[in-house]
Write a protein that binds this ligand. Structure first.
Ligand code: SAM
Length: 249
């Protein structure tokens, strides 16, 4: 993706992509005792921990403009060329961003050069492919995402760089407040709203006629009760594993 691939994608992002407190806790635990954190692909600042020295790195002016007043300082740069000195941060954080990088290996090598440990939130496409939205309505998104820099690629690169990454599953709460693609697994009607879909790059980057047909089918299945027949058992769950994984080194 170009430096400002989020110029259009990112409009209105901060309203729908707010940090979820349960996911924030998992991330804060993974950051451990780190007193300084470099947040790469920082967007509007979700999951930047309080009480630590934080510097955000973000290439998109549209995203930088949505950082709330009083949030951490930000430099406009890409993961592949971090404008910071070796070992200048205790930890590097990359939340749902590696799949946008033009060069995953270069970005993770930079993160290792600059930060003592790395904390990367991404996802396992082998699991996300089975999410009902992907499997039944937008398999094309699943196909596309299999070629992106997600879990397997990140693990390969980190191991190649000599790290021993650990992988922590990050379940998605039923009332997840961060509107990423899997957030509305128990609120299927939400996917019918264009403004909700606009905060999800996986759906936004699909052919929009294909997406419209898929959403018509979802609307129909919700109206006829077919969705509930097939997936109604999910309504009993409080959280679910959709493949989101936190990689820590
Ligand atoms: C889905 S958003 C995630 C933002 C934030 N981490 C969050 O959790 O809300 C992906 C972000 O990655 C940024 N990005 C895209 N290419 C990048 C690159 N090469 N290096 C660093 N960030 C990049 C985008 O501009 C966007 O802000």
């Amino acid at each position: 993706m170009s430096d400002d691939g989020y110029a259009t994608l990112g409009r209105g992002y901060a309203r729908l992509r707010r940090p979820d407190p349960r996911i924030a806790r998992v991330i804060a635990d993974a950051l451990g005792p780190a007193r300084s954190v470099l947040n790469v692909g920082a967007g509007a600042g979700s999951y930047e921990p309080a009480g630590r020295r934080v510097l955000a790195v973000e290439p998109s002016a549209t995203m930088i403009a949505q950082r709330p007043e009083g949030s951490a300082p930000v430099v406009r740069a890409v993961a592949e060329r971090l404008p910071v000195a070796d070992r200048s941060f205790d930890a590097g954080l990359a939340v749902l961003t590696t799949h946008h990088w033009t060069d995953l290996a270069a970005g993770l090598a930079e993160l290792r050069r600059v930060c003592g440990r790395q904390v990367v939130l991404t996802w396992d496409t082998a699991v996300s492919d089975r999410f009902w939205l992907v499997e039944r309505y937008v398999p094309e998104m699943g196909r596309r995402e299999r070629s992106l820099a997600t879990l397997d690629a990140a693990l390969d690169v980190l191991r190649g760089l000599g790290a021993r990454p650990e992988v922590i599953p990050v379940p998605v709460p039923a009332d997840c407040v961060d509107g990423f693609t899997g957030a509305y697994w128990r609120r299927p009607e939400a996917y019918l709203r264009p403004e909700v879909r606009a905060a999800m790059s996986g759906l936004t980057l699909l052919d929009q006629r294909y997406l419209a047909t898929a959403m018509d089918r979802l609307a129909d299945d919700l109206a006829t009760g077919r969705w509930h027949d097939e997936h109604g058992h999910l309504l009993e769950l409080d959280s679910i594993d959709l493949g989101y994984r936190l990689v820590t080194t």
